[in-house]
Design a protein around this ligand. Structure first.
Ligand SMILES: NC(=O)c1ccc[n+]([C@@H]2O[C@H](COP(=O)([O-])OP(=O)(O)OC[C@H]3O[C@@H](n4cnc5c(N)ncnc54)[C@H](OP(=O)(O)O)[C@@H]3O)[C@@H](O)[C@H]2O)c1
Length: 294
Protein backbone atom coordinates (compact mmCIF):
# COMPACT_ATOMS: atom_id res chain seq x y z
CA UNK A 1 0.00 0.00 0.00
CA UNK A 2 1.28 3.44 -0.92
CA UNK A 3 0.10 6.50 0.93
CA UNK A 4 -1.01 9.34 -1.36
CA UNK A 5 0.76 12.08 0.53
CA UNK A 6 -1.26 15.29 0.22
CA UNK A 7 1.16 17.09 2.48
CA UNK A 8 4.13 16.36 0.22
CA UNK A 9 2.32 17.07 -3.05
CA UNK A 10 0.65 20.25 -1.81
CA UNK A 11 4.06 21.50 -0.59
CA UNK A 12 5.50 20.83 -4.05
CA UNK A 13 2.66 22.82 -5.62
CA UNK A 14 3.23 25.69 -3.19
CA UNK A 15 6.98 25.73 -3.93
CA UNK A 16 6.26 25.81 -7.67
CA UNK A 17 3.89 28.74 -7.16
CA UNK A 18 6.37 30.57 -4.95
CA UNK A 19 8.92 30.41 -7.75
CA UNK A 20 6.37 31.62 -10.29
CA UNK A 21 5.41 34.55 -8.06
CA UNK A 22 9.06 35.44 -7.48
CA UNK A 23 9.52 35.52 -11.27
CA UNK A 24 6.66 38.05 -11.56
CA UNK A 25 8.55 40.69 -9.59
CA UNK A 26 9.18 43.88 -11.55
CA UNK A 27 6.69 42.97 -14.31
CA UNK A 28 4.64 46.01 -13.28
CA UNK A 29 1.47 43.95 -12.93
CA UNK A 30 1.71 43.07 -9.25
CA UNK A 31 1.15 39.59 -7.84
CA UNK A 32 -1.92 37.30 -7.73
CA UNK A 33 -4.49 38.44 -5.17
CA UNK A 34 -7.25 36.58 -3.38
CA UNK A 35 -10.02 38.05 -1.25
CA UNK A 36 -11.86 35.72 1.12
CA UNK A 37 -15.31 36.71 2.33
CA UNK A 38 -16.59 35.12 5.51
CA UNK A 39 -20.04 35.81 6.91
CA UNK A 40 -20.60 35.00 10.59
CA UNK A 41 -18.50 33.22 13.17
CA UNK A 42 -18.70 29.51 12.37
CA UNK A 43 -15.43 28.18 13.92
CA UNK A 44 -14.75 25.65 11.13
CA UNK A 45 -15.28 28.32 8.45
CA UNK A 46 -13.08 30.78 10.36
CA UNK A 47 -10.28 28.26 10.49
CA UNK A 48 -10.63 27.37 6.75
CA UNK A 49 -10.53 31.03 5.77
CA UNK A 50 -7.57 31.92 7.96
CA UNK A 51 -5.56 28.97 6.63
CA UNK A 52 -6.34 30.04 3.05
CA UNK A 53 -5.09 33.57 3.77
CA UNK A 54 -2.00 32.24 5.51
CA UNK A 55 -1.17 30.04 2.51
CA UNK A 56 -1.56 32.99 0.14
CA UNK A 57 1.00 34.93 2.15
CA UNK A 58 3.36 31.93 2.18
CA UNK A 59 3.51 31.81 -1.63
CA UNK A 60 3.74 35.59 -2.01
CA UNK A 61 0.15 36.32 -3.07
CA UNK A 62 -1.70 39.40 -1.99
CA UNK A 63 -4.59 38.36 0.24
CA UNK A 64 -7.37 40.05 2.12
CA UNK A 65 -9.89 38.65 4.58
CA UNK A 66 -13.32 40.28 4.72
CA UNK A 67 -14.92 39.01 7.91
CA UNK A 68 -18.53 40.14 8.03
CA UNK A 69 -21.17 40.12 10.73
CA UNK A 70 -23.68 37.25 10.44
CA UNK A 71 -26.51 39.78 10.15
CA UNK A 72 -25.17 41.47 7.02
CA UNK A 73 -27.91 41.77 4.39
CA UNK A 74 -27.80 39.91 1.10
CA UNK A 75 -27.58 43.24 -0.73
CA UNK A 76 -24.57 44.36 1.32
CA UNK A 77 -22.82 41.10 0.49
CA UNK A 78 -23.64 41.37 -3.22
CA UNK A 79 -22.38 44.97 -3.24
CA UNK A 80 -19.11 43.86 -1.69
CA UNK A 81 -18.71 41.19 -4.38
CA UNK A 82 -19.34 43.86 -7.04
CA UNK A 83 -16.60 45.96 -5.46
CA UNK A 84 -14.07 43.11 -5.71
CA UNK A 85 -15.24 42.14 -9.19
CA UNK A 86 -14.06 45.61 -10.23
CA UNK A 87 -10.85 45.65 -8.16
CA UNK A 88 -7.79 44.80 -10.28
CA UNK A 89 -5.72 43.93 -7.20
CA UNK A 90 -7.84 40.83 -6.56
CA UNK A 91 -7.96 38.09 -9.17
CA UNK A 92 -9.84 35.55 -7.08
CA UNK A 93 -12.95 35.97 -4.91
CA UNK A 94 -13.84 33.24 -2.45
CA UNK A 95 -17.06 33.39 -0.45
CA UNK A 96 -16.82 30.81 2.32
CA UNK A 97 -19.86 28.53 2.41
CA UNK A 98 -22.23 27.86 4.04
CA UNK A 99 -23.86 31.28 4.31
CA UNK A 100 -26.51 32.23 6.88
CA UNK A 101 -30.03 31.11 5.93
CA UNK A 102 -31.28 34.62 5.03
CA UNK A 103 -28.75 34.86 2.17
CA UNK A 104 -29.36 33.07 -1.12
CA UNK A 105 -26.16 31.10 -1.82
CA UNK A 106 -26.96 30.69 -5.52
CA UNK A 107 -27.38 34.42 -5.96
CA UNK A 108 -24.05 35.04 -4.25
CA UNK A 109 -22.17 32.43 -6.29
CA UNK A 110 -23.63 33.83 -9.50
CA UNK A 111 -22.61 37.38 -8.58
CA UNK A 112 -18.90 36.51 -8.57
CA UNK A 113 -17.36 37.33 -11.94
CA UNK A 114 -16.64 34.04 -13.77
CA UNK A 115 -13.13 35.49 -14.36
CA UNK A 116 -12.56 35.50 -10.59
CA UNK A 117 -14.46 32.31 -9.73
CA UNK A 118 -11.50 30.49 -8.15
CA UNK A 119 -13.84 28.10 -6.30
CA UNK A 120 -15.30 26.97 -9.63
CA UNK A 121 -18.88 27.05 -8.35
CA UNK A 122 -20.32 29.61 -10.82
CA UNK A 123 -22.73 27.96 -13.32
CA UNK A 124 -20.48 29.22 -16.13
CA UNK A 125 -17.50 27.32 -14.68
CA UNK A 126 -19.67 24.25 -14.00
CA UNK A 127 -21.00 24.27 -17.56
CA UNK A 128 -17.53 24.65 -19.03
CA UNK A 129 -16.28 21.75 -16.92
CA UNK A 130 -19.11 19.52 -18.14
CA UNK A 131 -18.50 20.27 -21.82
CA UNK A 132 -14.75 19.89 -21.44
CA UNK A 133 -13.63 23.52 -21.79
CA UNK A 134 -10.74 24.96 -19.86
CA UNK A 135 -12.14 26.68 -16.78
CA UNK A 136 -11.75 26.91 -13.01
CA UNK A 137 -12.31 23.41 -11.64
CA UNK A 138 -13.65 23.24 -8.08
CA UNK A 139 -10.66 22.86 -5.78
CA UNK A 140 -11.39 19.46 -4.21
CA UNK A 141 -11.99 17.62 -7.51
CA UNK A 142 -9.00 19.42 -9.04
CA UNK A 143 -6.92 18.29 -6.06
CA UNK A 144 -8.03 14.68 -6.53
CA UNK A 145 -7.10 14.73 -10.21
CA UNK A 146 -3.76 16.37 -9.45
CA UNK A 147 -2.72 13.85 -6.80
CA UNK A 148 -3.63 10.93 -9.09
CA UNK A 149 -1.59 12.59 -11.85
CA UNK A 150 1.47 13.21 -9.68
CA UNK A 151 1.50 9.58 -8.52
CA UNK A 152 1.16 8.44 -12.17
CA UNK A 153 -2.02 6.53 -11.41
CA UNK A 154 -3.70 5.43 -14.62
CA UNK A 155 -7.29 6.63 -14.92
CA UNK A 156 -7.99 5.90 -18.59
CA UNK A 157 -10.52 3.09 -18.89
CA UNK A 158 -10.57 2.55 -15.11
CA UNK A 159 -13.81 2.24 -13.20
CA UNK A 160 -14.00 5.27 -10.93
CA UNK A 161 -16.81 5.06 -8.41
CA UNK A 162 -17.83 8.19 -6.54
CA UNK A 163 -19.95 7.90 -3.42
CA UNK A 164 -21.68 11.27 -2.98
CA UNK A 165 -23.21 13.70 -5.47
CA UNK A 166 -22.74 17.12 -3.92
CA UNK A 167 -22.17 20.12 -6.16
CA UNK A 168 -18.76 20.73 -4.61
CA UNK A 169 -17.28 17.22 -4.74
CA UNK A 170 -19.33 14.31 -6.13
CA UNK A 171 -20.80 15.83 -9.30
CA UNK A 172 -17.70 17.80 -10.38
CA UNK A 173 -15.21 14.94 -9.78
CA UNK A 174 -17.49 12.63 -11.81
CA UNK A 175 -17.64 15.13 -14.68
CA UNK A 176 -13.93 15.89 -14.54
CA UNK A 177 -12.85 12.25 -14.66
CA UNK A 178 -15.32 11.46 -17.44
CA UNK A 179 -13.65 13.86 -19.89
CA UNK A 180 -11.86 12.32 -22.86
CA UNK A 181 -8.61 13.90 -21.71
CA UNK A 182 -5.27 13.09 -20.09
CA UNK A 183 -5.55 12.14 -16.42
CA UNK A 184 -9.25 11.42 -16.86
CA UNK A 185 -11.09 9.23 -19.42
CA UNK A 186 -12.44 6.99 -16.68
CA UNK A 187 -15.65 4.95 -16.64
CA UNK A 188 -17.60 6.78 -13.98
CA UNK A 189 -20.33 5.60 -11.61
CA UNK A 190 -21.93 7.97 -9.10
CA UNK A 191 -23.65 6.54 -6.01
CA UNK A 192 -25.75 8.32 -3.40
CA UNK A 193 -28.13 7.67 -0.56
CA UNK A 194 -30.71 6.07 -2.86
CA UNK A 195 -28.18 3.55 -4.21
CA UNK A 196 -29.37 0.09 -3.22
CA UNK A 197 -26.65 -2.45 -2.46
CA UNK A 198 -23.89 0.16 -2.50
CA UNK A 199 -21.17 -2.51 -2.15
CA UNK A 200 -22.09 -3.89 -5.56
CA UNK A 201 -20.68 -0.66 -7.03
CA UNK A 202 -17.86 0.09 -4.59
CA UNK A 203 -16.47 -3.46 -4.87
CA UNK A 204 -16.10 -2.99 -8.61
CA UNK A 205 -14.18 0.27 -8.25
CA UNK A 206 -10.60 0.54 -9.50
CA UNK A 207 -10.61 4.03 -8.01
CA UNK A 208 -13.02 4.84 -5.20
CA UNK A 209 -13.81 8.42 -4.21
CA UNK A 210 -15.64 8.70 -0.89
CA UNK A 211 -17.40 12.05 -0.38
CA UNK A 212 -20.20 11.14 1.98
CA UNK A 213 -19.69 12.98 5.26
CA UNK A 214 -20.13 9.88 7.43
CA UNK A 215 -17.11 8.89 9.55
CA UNK A 216 -15.44 5.57 8.60
CA UNK A 217 -18.34 4.65 6.31
CA UNK A 218 -16.37 2.62 3.74
CA UNK A 219 -15.30 -0.73 5.21
CA UNK A 220 -12.87 -3.39 3.97
CA UNK A 221 -15.67 -5.66 2.75
CA UNK A 222 -16.88 -2.89 0.40
CA UNK A 223 -13.71 -2.71 -1.72
CA UNK A 224 -11.65 -5.03 -3.87
CA UNK A 225 -7.95 -5.80 -3.47
CA UNK A 226 -5.72 -3.23 -5.14
CA UNK A 227 -8.28 -0.41 -5.14
CA UNK A 228 -7.07 3.21 -5.21
CA UNK A 229 -8.89 5.04 -2.41
CA UNK A 230 -9.50 8.77 -2.32
CA UNK A 231 -11.01 9.78 0.99
CA UNK A 232 -12.54 13.25 0.81
CA UNK A 233 -14.34 13.10 4.16
CA UNK A 234 -13.48 15.47 6.97
CA UNK A 235 -15.43 14.43 10.05
CA UNK A 236 -14.92 15.38 13.67
CA UNK A 237 -15.40 12.49 16.08
CA UNK A 238 -15.30 12.81 19.84
CA UNK A 239 -11.93 11.89 21.33
CA UNK A 240 -11.38 12.73 24.97
CA UNK A 241 -7.66 11.92 24.69
CA UNK A 242 -7.21 15.00 22.48
CA UNK A 243 -6.96 18.50 23.92
CA UNK A 244 -9.64 19.73 21.52
CA UNK A 245 -11.92 16.86 22.55
CA UNK A 246 -12.16 15.51 19.01
CA UNK A 247 -10.11 14.11 16.15
CA UNK A 248 -10.64 14.28 12.42
CA UNK A 249 -11.39 11.11 10.45
CA UNK A 250 -12.38 10.45 6.86
CA UNK A 251 -15.30 8.66 5.25
CA UNK A 252 -13.13 5.55 4.86
CA UNK A 253 -12.22 3.23 7.71
CA UNK A 254 -8.51 3.66 7.07
CA UNK A 255 -7.24 0.88 9.36
CA UNK A 256 -9.54 -1.66 7.72
CA UNK A 257 -9.29 -0.52 4.11
CA UNK A 258 -5.60 0.48 3.79
CA UNK A 259 -4.26 -3.11 3.80
CA UNK A 260 -6.42 -3.93 0.75
CA UNK A 261 -5.63 -0.73 -1.15
CA UNK A 262 -2.82 -0.14 -3.66
CA UNK A 263 -2.95 3.60 -2.88
CA UNK A 264 -4.90 5.53 -0.27
CA UNK A 265 -5.15 9.14 0.93
CA UNK A 266 -4.90 9.69 4.69
CA UNK A 267 -7.20 12.00 6.68
CA UNK A 268 -5.83 14.41 7.68
CA UNK A 269 -2.90 14.94 5.30
CA UNK A 270 -4.66 14.00 2.06
CA UNK A 271 -7.28 15.73 -0.05
CA UNK A 272 -7.86 18.62 2.40
CA UNK A 273 -4.36 19.95 1.76
CA UNK A 274 -4.69 19.35 -1.98
CA UNK A 275 -7.89 21.41 -1.96
CA UNK A 276 -6.20 24.54 -0.58
CA UNK A 277 -3.22 24.05 -2.90
CA UNK A 278 -5.60 24.04 -5.88
CA UNK A 279 -7.21 27.25 -4.64
CA UNK A 280 -3.79 28.87 -4.95
CA UNK A 281 -3.33 27.37 -8.44
CA UNK A 282 -6.72 28.69 -9.50
CA UNK A 283 -5.86 32.16 -8.17
CA UNK A 284 -2.62 32.13 -10.13
CA UNK A 285 -4.54 31.07 -13.24
CA UNK A 286 -7.07 33.89 -12.71
CA UNK A 287 -4.18 36.35 -12.45
CA UNK A 288 -2.68 35.14 -15.74
CA UNK A 289 -6.06 35.16 -17.53
CA UNK A 290 -7.00 38.63 -16.32
CA UNK A 291 -3.62 40.06 -17.26
CA UNK A 292 -3.95 38.55 -20.73
CA UNK A 293 -7.32 40.27 -21.10
CA UNK A 294 -6.07 43.64 -19.82
N1 LIG B 1 -11.16 17.45 1.73
C1 LIG B 1 -11.79 18.59 1.46
O1 LIG B 1 -11.19 19.59 1.16
C2 LIG B 1 -13.28 18.58 1.48
C3 LIG B 1 -14.01 19.45 0.69
C4 LIG B 1 -15.40 19.35 0.70
C5 LIG B 1 -16.01 18.44 1.53
N2 LIG B 1 -15.25 17.64 2.34
C6 LIG B 1 -15.83 16.60 3.19
O2 LIG B 1 -16.30 15.58 2.34
C7 LIG B 1 -17.49 14.99 2.85
C8 LIG B 1 -18.60 15.15 1.84
O3 LIG B 1 -18.82 16.52 1.63
P1 LIG B 1 -20.00 17.05 0.68
O4 LIG B 1 -20.04 18.52 0.82
O5 LIG B 1 -19.83 16.43 -0.66
O6 LIG B 1 -21.24 16.41 1.46
P2 LIG B 1 -22.81 16.48 1.22
O7 LIG B 1 -23.19 17.67 0.42
O8 LIG B 1 -23.42 16.26 2.55
O9 LIG B 1 -23.09 15.20 0.30
C9 LIG B 1 -22.96 13.92 0.81
C10 LIG B 1 -23.31 12.94 -0.26
O10 LIG B 1 -23.20 11.63 0.29
C11 LIG B 1 -24.37 10.89 -0.02
N3 LIG B 1 -24.66 9.95 1.06
C12 LIG B 1 -24.98 10.22 2.35
N4 LIG B 1 -25.21 9.07 3.03
C13 LIG B 1 -25.05 8.06 2.13
C14 LIG B 1 -25.16 6.66 2.21
N5 LIG B 1 -25.52 6.06 3.35
N6 LIG B 1 -24.92 5.93 1.11
C15 LIG B 1 -24.57 6.53 -0.06
N7 LIG B 1 -24.44 7.86 -0.20
C16 LIG B 1 -24.68 8.62 0.89
C17 LIG B 1 -25.47 11.92 -0.12
O11 LIG B 1 -26.52 11.37 -0.93
P3 LIG B 1 -27.86 12.22 -1.32
O12 LIG B 1 -27.43 13.17 -2.40
O13 LIG B 1 -28.78 11.19 -1.81
O14 LIG B 1 -28.27 12.91 -0.06
C18 LIG B 1 -24.76 13.09 -0.77
O15 LIG B 1 -24.77 13.01 -2.17
C19 LIG B 1 -17.71 15.71 4.18
O16 LIG B 1 -17.08 14.96 5.20
C20 LIG B 1 -17.01 17.03 4.00
O17 LIG B 1 -16.60 17.60 5.23
C21 LIG B 1 -13.91 17.69 2.32
Amino acid sequence: MILLDGKKISSEIKEELKEKVAALKNNGKGVPGLVTILVGDNPASQSYVSSKNKLCKEVGFNSKAENLDKNITEKELLDLIDKYNADDNYHGILVQLPLPKHIDENKVIQRISPDKDVDGFHPMSVGNLVIGNDTFFPCTPAGIQEILKRYNIETKGKHLVVVGRSNIVGKPIANLMLQKKENANAIVTVCHSASKDLSKYTKDADILVAAIGVPNFIKANMVKDGVVVIDVGINRVEDKTKTKGYRVVGDVDFDEVAPKASYITPVPGGIGLMTTAMLLSNTYKAYLNLNKKA
